[in-house]
Each structure stands twice: as structure tokens, then as C-alpha cells.
Design a binder for this molecule. Structure first.
Ligand code: GMT
Length: 395
């Protein structure tokens, strides 16, 4: 019987994939008997049932008139120090390197300066913390230093491992472990029996027979290319009736609404805004469309597959590591909305093929990305990191 670990998990609370991964992992590890301290500026928006082994710690960032930008990085570092001193921590895992890896490194230095043994540091990289924000000269020197100083580094795909070496200069000799993201396959499951009345209620609108339902969820940042989704829909609708439902909100929502108006498809689009729960929409959708410019992984695409919904996306970043082109969805060359629409028209026009893809998507998610196995991988990884540090310290 291995001993339970005390783990601090730091994340951003918003509906982004890194927050989802962090909060699901926190719950999964707490249910396995570990003591988990979840650290964020507010409760992560993915509401999960309370669990005895999990404690939430809010990072307090007090404003002060001198600050143009309140120093969140210092507040996270102080929170980690406080938890380590009060409760004891074996390991701190930070999700999203900017600025969390720097906060954790600072916390380590503060604890060691006080004569304490600092927790091991794991930097879990997610995407733009490497490719865009982390590699921006405004942040790169400090971010690269903090990530390289971690006792363990994880990424969700081979793609992001290559990018971490290239953008942050992590040397070949330093291990970066690929731990793919995961999904709760019991929650994200196909509908037991698709219900036409429920379908009509969910995707309300004047329906033509055979209407195809397209679904998208994201944080509507530039990288997601949500306005281009309107073009995909317009192309599809030239060939067949289709509606698009979007969950989420963010900086490009206005541009997406305008593009839908300009293309004359507004009546066929529903912007539902932010909501943590959208499983029913997924379960009743014919396709999930993700026209992102890049994705290191694409948690939403995995959730769709787990619900038995094929994914249509551009062949970019780590997406080919999550979606099997032609089997669990379709990947087309970036970044042409018309090509994406043609792939949709082809598959949606062949109900038997669509059904086979849905079944394959579900099987793929269950076989490769289910939570229990992912939690095993994380636990083994955390123990490896601690062991590595122990043997280094004893030398
Ligand atoms: O890097 C980001 O843009 C934010 C981050 C997030 O917090 O949602 O998204 C990244 O991490 C997710 C979880 O690992 C991945 O599923 C997303 O593909 C990745 N986003 C990008 O690479 C653009």
C-alpha cells in the first residue's frame, strides 16, 4: 500500500481546457485518498462534486492604488508558501506555465530560505503558455528559467513537447513527459436514446426535415477562429439544412455575430454563452466543429468524441494525436472553411458513415483517454518525480 501524497494544484479557474484538466485531476486524485489543495483565484468554473480530500484555497490578490496591475504572481507564490507551512506539501503541480511556474519557483526559494524542505515542482504546460505567451520576449526569459527549474515537466501531446524544446529551449537531456489529457467517459457518454422532442427543445428553431446540428464550445479567443465557423456553416447550408449551436464566450464573439449577419446565417446560429454544462447539446449534435488555428490537444474535441460525436477540424498542432482522421472525425488542411464544410457535407450526407464515425469516436476516447488510466499515469509520474528528487538529494 503506497502512502497518500499531499499535492498542491494551481490553475486558472476559467472554462479553458487547462482549468478543466486541473480540476478533474484534483478530484480524481482526492478520490484516490491523496490530500489535494486546489489553488486558484476563484473556484474553477467546471463544478465538480465536493470531495473530502480536496480543499480549495482562493488566491487573494489585494488591490492597491499604486498598482496598475495587481501582482497575481506574488499572491500565488505566497499562497503556496502558506499552504506548505500550514498543511505540508509533497509536490506542487502548476497548470499553465505563465505565471504559475514562476510563482512556484519563488515559493520554493522562500521555503528553502526559511530552512524548510520545499515541495517538488511539476510544470504542466498546456499550449499558448509555450507557443505564444511563454515565448513572447516579455515573458520568455523568466518562464523558460522557471519551467527548466521544475522537477518534472508534462505536456498533453508530442506536438507540445517539441514546441516546449523549441520555444523555451528545454534541453533534449531534460525529460518532458507526455501525459495526454483525459475525459470522464461516464459523463461524456452518448445519449441512451436520442429523443426527438428534446432535440427540438434544445436546438429550437424552424426546422427543415433532415437538419444537421453542428456544435462548438470554446473560450472564443482569436486562436479558436469562431468567426470562420460562420463561413463553414454558410457553406454547409448551401448544400443542406444545418444549424450551429455555440457554448462559450470571449473576445471574438462580436466578430462572429457580425460574420453570421453578413453571411445571412444568423437565424441558424444560437450563441448560448458560457455554461459549464452542455452534455445534452453534445449528445444530440451530428458533428463537433473546431476550426482552431492551433491546439496542443483540444479537450473539447475529446469530450465530443467521448459522447460519440465525430470532430471536424484542421490538421494542426496536437489535434492529429487526438482525432483519427477518417475514423473518429475528419481533419482537413488548414485554414480553409470551405474544405471543412465539404468534409461535413460528405459525412453528414451518409448517415451510416456518420453513425460508424460516432461509434469509433466513442471507442477511441474510452480506449485511450479514459480518466482512471490517466489518473494512474499521473500518480506514477508524481511518484517518479519525488523519487528522482530523493535520489538526487541523497547524492
Ligand atoms: O493554451 C491555451 O490557449 C489555454 C489552454 C487552456 O487553458 O484552455 O488551452 C490549451 O490547453 C488545453 C488543455 O491542455 C488544450 O486542450 C488546448 O488545446 C490548449 N490550447 C492551445 O494549444 C491553443
Amino acid at each position: 500500500m503506497t502512502s497518500p501524497l499531499a499535492i498542491g494544484i494551481v490553475c486558472f479557474p476559467s472554462l479553458g481546457g487547462s482549468g478543466v484538466v486541473a480540476s478533474e485531476l484534483a478530484l480524481g486524485m482526492a478520490r484516490r485518498g491523496h490530500r489535494i489543495h486546489l489553488i486558484a483565484s476563484s473556484r474553477p468554473s467546471r463544478e465538480l462534486p465536493p470531495c473530502a480530500g480536496e480543499t480549495f484555497h482562493e488566491v487573494r490578490v489585494p488591490p492597491y492604488p499604486v498598482f496598475e496591475h495587481a501582482p497575481y504572481t506574488l499572491a500565488v507564490a505566497s499562497t503556496i508558501v502558506d499552504i506548505a507551512r500550514t498543511h505540508g506539501l509533497d509536490l506542487v503541480q502548476v497548470h499553465y506555465a505563465v505565471p504559475h511556474a514562476t510563482s512556484a519557483l519563488l515559493a520554493r526559494q522562500v521555503l528553502e530560505a526559511g530552512g524548510a524542505r520545499a515541495p517538488a515542482l511539476v510544470a504542466s504546460l498546456h499550449g499558448t503558455d509555450v507557443t505564444r505567451v511563454g515565448s513572447d520576449p516579455a515573458y520568455r526569459p523568466v518562464t523558460a528559467h522557471a519551467v527548466a527549474a521544475a522537477d518534472g515537466i508534462t505536456v498533453p501531446s508530442d506536438f507540445l513537447r517539441r514546441e516546449a524544446r523549441r520555444c523555451l529551449g528545454i534541453p533534449e537531456g531534460q525529460p518532458i513527459d507526455v501525459l495526454p489529457n483525459f475525459v470522464d467517459t461516464e459523463h461524456y457518454a452518448p445519449a441512451p436514446a436520442p429523443d426527438p422532442a428534446r432535440l427540438a427543445a434544445l436546438f429550437a428553431g424552424p426546422e427543415a426535415p433532415g437538419t444537421a446540428y453542428l456544435f462548438h464550445v470554446s473560450n472564443f479567443r482569436e486562436v479558436k477562429r469562431v468567426p470562420e465557423l460562420m463561413e463553414v456553416l454558410a457553406h454547409v447550408r448551401r448544400e443542406r439544412p444545418a444549424r450551429l449551436v455555440l457554448v462559450g464566450d470571449g473576445p471574438t464573439r462580436g466578430a462572429a455575430v457580425e460574420r453570421a449577419d453578413a453571411l445571412g446565417v444568423s437565424d441558424a446560429v444560437a450563441f448560448l454563452g458560457r455554461r459549464a454544462e452542455f452534455i445534452e447539446y453534445l449528445q444530440h449534435a451530428d458533428a463537433f466543429v473546431l476550426p482552431s488555428e492551433t491546439e496542443s490537444f483540444g479537450v473539447a474535441a475529446l469530450e465530443a468524441q467521448s459522447a460519440g460525436v465525430p470532430v471536424f477540424a484542421f490538421r494542426v498542432g496536437g489535434i492529429p494525436e487526438v482525432i483519427v482522421d477518417g475514423a473518429t472525425g475528419c481533419l482537413v488542411e488548414p485554414h480553409d472553411p470551405e474544405r471543412l464544410a465539404r468534409a461535413l457535407i460528405e459525412v453528414l450526407g451518409d448517415p451510416a458513415r456518420r453513425a460508424a464515425m460516432g461509434g469509433a469516436a466513442r471507442a477511441h476516447a474510452v480506449a485511450h483517454f479514459a480518466e482512471p488510466a490517466a489518473f494512474d499515469r499521473y500518480e506514477a509520474f508524481f511518484r517518479r518525480v519525488l523519487e528522482r528528487r530523493r535520489s538526487r538529494d541523497s547524492r
